[in-house]
Structures are given as structure tokens and as C-alpha cells.
Design a binder for this molecule. Structure first.
Ligand code: SIN
Length: 185
């Protein structure tokens, strides 16, 4: 699959007659909210974990020296906490552009902190996209993050801001927090 997913995402869902839809954010969408929303609620999705396994050529790295950003990886029994936004479907014009480096929109069930549930969408960069980097030892991932930067800034900033946002959500994401520790040691 090509790294640029704009066209693929546009053809994936028909939003005719849909006034608003929930979007689950688990990475930069938690702390960099550069889009309008109607409502915002902490939520989780089950069966997925957050991993710094996606390469970033356009935001936090370059084609020559890609950074690493998060995607979701399936893991039965696990859950991933994040922030859900109820948005107008028109907002996907901006979000598809922002998430174009390998992320596709998938349907998912969101669970809010009061245990109520709803259907929504989530951007996931699956392993068949060209920018996918996959698993590596955490020390290597941290080193790559420490040295990468792109048009949106330092890759390290992405990691630190995400870790802070997850602490604010009361999350205990060992992968993210141990990368953050490795970054500063
Ligand atoms: C997300 O935040 O939900 C997707 C990944 C990212 O943009 O960092």
C-alpha cells in the first residue's frame, strides 16, 4: 500500500446524511487538536496497543531520516486509552491530509470512562503501508526518536507531549513511558 492514504481514505466511507461521528485519537490527536469538534471525551478501545512502529517522513522526520510515531497493533485482552472527539464529517478533509503518511480510517467500538459505548473511527497505520517500520528494541527506537526531526518539529517532542497527555488521562502506557525515560538517559 502506498504511503499516501488521502485517496484511499476518501473512498472508504460514505458520510451522506451523517451529521457527526466519533473519532478516537491515541497519538498526536490527543494533544494537538488543530480541528473543530462538537464534543470531547476520554475513551478507550479494546484489543489494541499503542506502538512507535510507524515511520514519519512528513511530520517528525524526513524521507532520508524518518522519525517514529505511534500506530495501533492488535493484542487480545489489551486496551488503549485516548481521547474521543465528536466531529463533523467535513473535518476529515483536514485530518486525512494530516494523517496521510500511511494511516487508514477503520471502524471501532469506543468505550467511554462511564462504560457507555459507541461506534466511531480511528486512524491506524497497518503493517502493509510503505512507511511502516515495525518492532525494534526500545533503546533503538528511543535513539531514532532522539535524532529525528521534520516539518512538524522534533520527534522527541512528539514522544514527550504524548507521554504528558497520557499522564493527564491517567494512563499507564509502559511502552511510551519507558521510551520517554530512555530519551532522557
Ligand atoms: C492518532 O493520534 O490517533 C493517530 C496517530 C497520530 O496522529 O499521532
Amino acid at each position: 500500500m502506498a504511503a499516501n492514504t488521502i485517496e484511499l481514505n476518501r473512498s472508504r466511507y460514505n458520510f451522506d446524511g451523517v451529521e457527526s461521528i466519533w473519532l478516537f485519537g491515541y497519538g498526536s490527536l490527543i494533544y494537538k487538536v488543530d480541528f473543530p469538534f462538537l464534543e470531547q471525551r476520554p475513551a478507550r478501545i479494546d484489543g489494541w496497543v499503542r506502538r512507535f512502529w510507524q515511520g514519519s517522513h512528513d511530520h517528525r522526520g524526513t524521507a532520508e531520516a524518518p522519525g517514529r510515531v505511534v500506530t495501533l497493533v492488535e493484542q487480545p485482552g489489551a486496551c488503549c486509552r485516548g481521547m474521543a472527539y465528536r466531529i463533523s464529517p467535513t473535518v476529515f478533509e483536514h485530518l486525512d491530509e494530516r494523517e496521510k503518511n500511511g494511516y487508514l480510517r477503520f471502524s471501532t467500538t469506543l468505550t467511554f470512562y462511564d462504560a457507555s459505548q459507541t461506534e466511531g473511527l480511528v486512524y491506524i497505520a497497518t503493517e502493509d503501508n510503505e512507511a511502516f517500520l515495525g518492532h525494534a528494541p526500545e533503546a533503538d527506537i528511543a535513539r531514532q526518536i532522539a535524532s529525528a526531526q521534520g516539518p512538524s518539529g522534533l520527534n522527541a517532542e512528539y514522544l514527550v507531549q504524548l507521554a504528558e497527555a497520557l499522564r493527564d488521562l491517567g494512563d499507564n502506557d509502559q511502552h511510551v513511558f519507558s521510551l520517554e525515560r530512555l530519551l532522557t538517559t
